[in-house]
Design a protein around this ligand. Structure first.
Ligand code: GLU
Length: 547
């Protein structure tokens, strides 16, 4: 076969060579050990947790003085949606992940672009042409139906799937046969001519998993599709080579096609990057584990966490807890340190199905928020509300002191309250402070209802003095409890219920319901001071007079 004639027949317009691109994209001038890595999402509009998960590469790059960039893998035009690039950038920004180079909303920055694959067609075709020249690639004119028939035959014969051996019907066709098809205008794809043997195994060093052994690729896989656009496999190899990527951090589902990728790197004489295959995100479904699914699990979408108002740092704390085996320990030892201070290492990443658990995330988020200042919580809630609950944002701005006071209740000290782990939950939790959103959620404790309710509230109102300290206030509550026939010590009431109307718990729960609408609420004295005397009295009177 005259490969030069074939290369020119297939790629008449390609005049550049690989060397031209080598010169255009020289090795990066970075310190020894610097990591160059990227995320490479497809612009489908769906930014998923895995994108953030793999953006952990940003830590590695920046910890080592390297580069983190964004490449848009838009080879599948059918799946592309408008605004998808903005969505990725916006989501990453939101989580504090910043790119040094790559695609931007209105273009790109960096010397290794273009960073959108469809704009790199000439580069892929140049590499493809070089493979044809070397006799390592050839066109295939099989139709979808041909390939389907091949697959069925392989299935029936329990043979390896793929285009190889006797199934590779275009592998050794003559130049004339090929030229005749091209002259007819028959569509073709470009296939790699593999010399691999399924009996061979190839060792690949994985940054997370250590040395992995994969079966050598023996199929003549597709390099370029019929529109001249590359497959993921071919594009990934060309791009990560010419963008001088040192680490390819991607989901473990790519382990299956790793043999193809290393074969291409090797045959092209390019240094393989360090592959880092991250564990697939899983969840418990009943008693079995399964992959998180776009269709079934809203929590796979990154927007889920933002909408719910889970603070970014809490999301990171959770992600790192799930991803890195040494993170939890570090965090326990440094509870107030930012997760960014943690030195991230690939070797400590999990290798099998990371289990996602929203309850654990909520606990981490509650713990995190309980340790934050009133200012941070107020600002975080307001920022979230501006986007997702404008009415709340307006109330917060109008009644800033009330909301700050409410957020401050139970904050600080040895055992801060952990009432909410998200801004959405905070909004619901804090609603009772604001007269506009106050609602009676719980009923009156039975032992303190009817006549007793009136008596207790009347007496409480009479003795209530906002100048009292918390201790004096509580002494008065105890006095009232005793005077009205309730047990000051709940134990005593439990032992001899017939001697009392109820216990101090009934009295305080009544006050809580009157003031907050709920039996389970923070400290009454603190709440009253946030509400102020007028509002406190108004609520107590209203509850006393309510039926
Ligand atoms: N476009 C691929 C994906 O979204 C990128 C995989 C990679 O990082 O190489 O899964």
């Amino acid at each position: 076969m005259d490969t030069t004639a074939l290369a020119n027949l297939l790629f008449p317009d390609i005049t550049k060579t690989i060397e031209d691109y080598e010169a255009q994209y020289p090795p990066r001038n970075l310190p020894e050990g610097a990591v160059v890595t990227r995320i490479a999402p497809s612009p489908t509009g769906f930014v998923h947790l895995g994108n953030l998960y793999n953006a952990i590469g940003e830590r590695l790059a920046h910890q080592t003085g390297g580069v983190f960039y964004l490449r848009i893998e838009d080879t599948d035009q059918k799946r592309e949606v408008e605004g998808a690039v903005e969505a990725v950038i916006d989501a990453m920004n939101f989580y504090g992940v910043h790119f040094d180079e790559g695609a931007t909303v209105d273009g790109e920055t960096g010397a290794y672009g273009p960073y959108r694959q469809r704009q790199r067609k000439e580069l892929y075709q140049t590499v493809a042409k070089s493979l044809v020249l070397r006799g390592l690639a050839y066109p295939c004119f099989c139709t979808e139906d041909d390939l389907k028939a091949m697959h069925e035959q392989q299935e029936a014969g329990k043979e390896n799937y793929g285009y190889y051996g006797k199934y590779a019907v275009w592998r050794d066709r003559s130049y004339d046969d090929i030229a005749a098809e091209i002259a007819k205008g028959t569509e073709w794809v470009l296939r790699f001519r593999s010399e691999g043997d399924p009996e061979n195994s190839v060792a690949v060093l994985d940054g997370i998993r250590g040395e992995v052994h994969v079966q050598e690729n023996f199929t003549d896989f597709v390099l370029l599709k019929s529109d001249g656009i590359p497959t993921y496999h071919f594009a990934h190899v060309c791009d990560d080579h010419f963008m001088r990527t040192t680490h390819v951090i991607r989901d473990e589902s790519w382990l299956a096609t790793l043999p193809i990728h290393v074969q291409l790197f090797d045959i092209l004489g390019w240094q393989r990057p360090i592959y880092c295959h991250t564990a697939t995100l899983m969840k418990m479904d009943g008693s079995s584990k399964r992959k998180l699914s776009k269709r079934k699990d809203p929590e796979l979408a990154l927007s889920f966490y933002r909408q719910a108002g889970i603070p970014q740092e809490a999301t990171w704390l959770y992600l790192l807890t799930v991803l890195n085996s040494n993170f939890e320990e570090w965090h326990l030892a440094n509870p107030d340190a930012s997760s960014r201070e943690f030195t991230f290492s690939l070797e400590k990443m999990g290798t099998s199905g990371s289990l996602f658990d929203l309850e654990k995330l909520d606990n981490i988020a509650k713990e995190y928020l309980s340790r934050q200042t009133t200012d941070l919580v107020y600002d975080g809630l307001l920022a979230w509300a501006k986007e997702y609950d404008p009415a709340l944002a307006a109330r917060m701005t109008e009644k800033e002191a009330l909301y700050r006071g409410a957020i401050g209740v139970g904050r600080g000290g040895e055992k801060p309250r952990k009432d909410y782990g998200s801004w959405r939950d905070a909004a619901a939790f804090l609603a009772f402070y604001d007269a506009e959103t106050f609602t009676l959620t719980d009923g009156c404790p039975e032992n303190a209802d009817g006549e007793n309710r009136r008596d207790i509230l009347n007496r409480y109102l009479e003795t209530l003095d906002f100048a009292d300290t918390q201790e004096t206030w509580f002494a008065k509550v105890k006095e009232l409890t005793d005077a009205l026939g309730y047990a000051v010590q709940p134990k005593k009431y439990k032992k001899n219920p017939e001697d009392y109307k109820g216990s101090i718990v009934d009295v305080t729960n009544l006050l809580r319901v009157a003031l907050t609408g709920r039996q389970n609420a923070p400290d009454i004295w603190e709440i009253s001071h946030v509400l102020g005397e007028t509002e406190t009295r108004r609520r107590l009177e209203a509850y006393r007079d309510a039926q």
